[in-house]
Design a protein around this ligand. Structure first.
Ligand code: PLP
Length: 372
């Protein structure tokens, strides 16, 4: 199997598996209990917290662990609304955000929040003037992701945070696909990340919160995570997240250079008949979302079962929903159905990527011949 679905989840790093192993069974103590074993687990969690904070690398805040980035985003949005000053009840977000943001915002809109979902330009990037026109003293929060999970484009998060602050609003950044791949620009007040997108374990995420912007608690109970997020922490998941974050920081330059080479190889092997969905310059190169007119992408997937790639968003796949991101770029349903996403990175070899892309190109040509 050639694995090209890194945006859904990349392989778990062997260093992560090894670091987690002792905490799975042997070191089973509750990290919130005062016994020596409990304190040892707590100490391991604090090391992991520091590693995640260093990977996020923003000043003036701290990280709380959550069960996923979806939870972190729900918490950031709902907990910020909960403590909003009277009169600040608007949220602005983008049409291309992840469902964890869009669906939560819609839920809040059903409870009285005034929601603005801004369109993006054809290249998938926000037009800052359209944001400027919307910002006023009623805006509570602007939520924009750093790297898009479906098409890989980068939003100008630093500038957006600055504009939000000038209007007295906060900025939430979904950095799930950006962490470890590029620096998170200074500015956001709340940042959501996920371990399994950086070669860590599934089932753990985190919310980085500026000291002045901590949302109200969303999950109530035992008062863990300084009373902000209740629930017994999992030492194995925290340790795995910490090691993945440390590796992400250490390997960033190497991973970046590797992905650059892979992108070039993929483009060459695919040939000239494919269009890139989204900006070709403002993007993370480990995400290649492409379309070829007339191709039935679902059939490509069925014909090439030993290559793992995606038709659109992994989170929405299987739901039968057409990609809201491709639609936001102005693509019609036919173009969306001709689009595939190839995701590669640290453990992808040049040979396997070239092999997979050549076979994808050849299968697409065969489809064309059959239709002709
Ligand atoms: N945000 C983005 C951009 C994502 O790609 C994903 C997962 O695909 C999420 C949020 C949700 O992350 P998690 O799987 O940790 O809930």
């Amino acid at each position: 199997m050639i694995y090209l679905d890194y945006q859904a989840t990349p392989p778990v790093a062997p260093e992560v598996t090894a670091a987690m192993e002792p905490w799975v069974a042997a070191k089973f103590a509750n990290p919130h209990s005062p016994s020596r074993l409990g304190r040892e687990a707590e100490a391991a969690i604090e090391v992991a917290r520091g590693q995640v904070e260093r990977a996020i690398d923003l000043e003036g805040g701290r990280v709380a662990f959550t069960g996923s980035a979806t939870e972190a985003l729900n918490w950031a949005l709902k907990g910020t609304v909960e403590k909003a000053q009277p009169g600040r009840n608007r949220i602005i977000t983008l049409a291309t955000e992840h469902a964890a943001v869009l669906d939560t915002c819609e839920w809040l809109a059903g409870r009285g929040i005034d929601l603005t979902v801004l369109p993006v330009k054809r290249d998938g990037i926000l037009d800052l003037e359209s944001l400027d026109r919307e910002l006023d003293e009623r805006v509570l929060l602007v939520a924009v992701m750093l790297v898009n999970n479906e098409i890989g484009v980068l939003q100008p998060v630093g500038k957006i945070a600055q504009m939000a602050h000038d209007a007295g609003a906060l900025m939430l950044c979904d950095a799930v696909q950006g962490l470890g791949r590029l620096a998170i620009p200074p500015g956001p007040d709340l940042v959501a990340v996920s371990a399994h997108k950086i070669h860590g374990p599934k089932g753990i995420g985190a919310l980085w919160m500026r000291e002045t912007a901590e949302p109200d608690p969303f999950i109530h109970g035992g008062g863990q995570e300084s009373g902000l997020r209740s629930g017994t922490l999992s030492p194995q998941l925290c340790v795995g997240f910490g090691v993945a974050a440390k590796l992400a920081s250490e390997c960033r330059e190497h991973d970046h250079a590797h992905v650059h080479i892979l992108w070039r190889d993929a483009m060459r092997a695919l040939g000239p008949d494919w269009e890139i969905n989204g900006s070709t310059s403002l993007r993370y190169l480990g995400n290649l979302n492409i379309r070829r007119d007339g191709v039935d992408a679902a059939r490509l997937l069925a014909d090439l079962r030993d290559i793992a790639f995606s038709l659109g968003s992994a989170c929405a796949s299987g739901s039968g929903r057409p990609s809201h991101v491709l639609r936001a770029l102005g693509l019609d349903d036919r173009q969306s159905r001709s689009s595939i996403r190839l995701g590669f990175g640290r453990y992808t070899t040049q040979d396997e990527l070239i092999d997979a892309c050549s076979r994808i190109a050849s299968a697409a040509r065969t489809q064309e011949c059959l239709l002709a």
